[in-house]
Design a protein around this ligand. Sequence first.
Ligand code: NAD
Length: 471
Amino acid sequence: MSVAAEPLPDPHTDVASIPATVARVRAAFDADRTRPEAWRREQLAAIAALIRENVDALEAALSADLGKPPFEGFVADLGVIIGESRTAARQLKRWMRPEKASTPVNMKPARARLVREPLGVALIISPWNYPVQLLLSPLIGAVAAGNAAVLKPSELTPRVSAELARAVPRYLDGEAIALVEGGVEETRALLEERFDHIFYTGNGRVAQVVMEAAARHLTPVTLELGGKSPCIVAQDADMEIAARRIAWGKFLNAGQTCIAPDYVLVHRDREEELVEGLAKAVRSFYGDDPRSSPDYARIVNTRHHRRLAGFLKDAELAFGGELDESDRYIAPTVIRNVGPESPAMQEEIFGPILPVIGVANVEEAIAFVRERDKPLALYLFTGDPELEEDVLARTSSGGACVNGTIWQVAHPNLPFGGVGPSGMGAYHGRATFETFSHRKAVVTKGTRFDPKMMYPPYGAIRTRLIKRLLG
Ligand code: NAD
């Protein structure tokens, strides 16, 4: 398969119009337009309809921008949004319901509860690798929680950006939900404005820019970032399964997945077997020539293609390594004998290149992981439950999956997010609703009687009594 090579002008919005756009959306929030449950339901249904009625156009845009196979485009970008909006609509009443808290006897008569209230206007900034999902999935929680929102898709997937810019005003409430296309300049202009929450997905360097801007207005942030997610393969692992599941998680979307296994630490005794298994899995997924497979994606742009090609310069290839810049193609590739100082180990790879590193035992693998930044995901292949507990207890990562890859992000009842440099905050399902809600603590006092104990003048006797009661 080949990617449409025609260049498209970068998405752009007149930055002078941005303050008025944000003001319009804020006015809608201030007028309580977004609070009613009916509005939230309408918008959730409209998000699902936006996807359902534009599947072909969005799939075509994903294919043109990323060479994304229709299966992957539907499952990971489009279908997931239909599913999440349906879940949010189904659960909305329960999520919105105030949560009762019990009241201790010394505080009675009183009734206590937690009330979820919308934060206000949310800014959602998304990257290019799952460009529909990562923009609209946070929006689902934002509208479910009754917020207005401004969306900023990535400029690096311009056709998807254009499709979304066309569809969002047609389907969603244009008074309360705006989409601003563009890149650095437009995002900087947006960040000058005051928001009530900023939800940013992308790399850690830009996250610092976002957080600094947010600090000026004391705006809370959710940062969904990346990092080098390790995959540990223990001596007892089922190697055929491990190889297949690692290859699937790594070469999905040509490795451009924030939770793709970045590198593998495998017990030295089983290294050969793993590498052979990976080669076999790749052949069974994409045939002898992955380039002609309809199921293998392309690299997003020439800059990233060159960056990835740099990792292969002096690398020892186990298999793969074929490159074609004109088609933004890089074959599924495994490299070996990769030292910690090699270029591929200096940054998140974010492409279809997998370093396989032999280790003497799991202890060495744990030490290797702990010496580095806390990753977004950690993968472990073992059949030993004790080893599983040990590795999970002694390593820190945003999430983890044992004997599999990627599944932790897809689980409907688990929040997804990073820790330390891989991010802060989490979302998906109810967690997205919570991210965009303020939990207001409310006490309603009864008025039938009003004990004078707490009112001055306190006097010595009451002071002694209170010390005895509470001390
Ligand atoms: P990107 O280049 O599309 O940037 C993300 C967003 O930041 C875009 O909307 C872009 O316009 C904006 N931006 C870029 N530079 C900016 C600047 N200087 N000032 C203000 N805004 C700016 O995407 P990316 O950052 O290359 O995305 C890849 C990274 O995102 C990887 O590290 C990956 O692991 C991570 N990621 C994380 C998740 C997650 O859910 N945790 C999901 C996908 C990707």
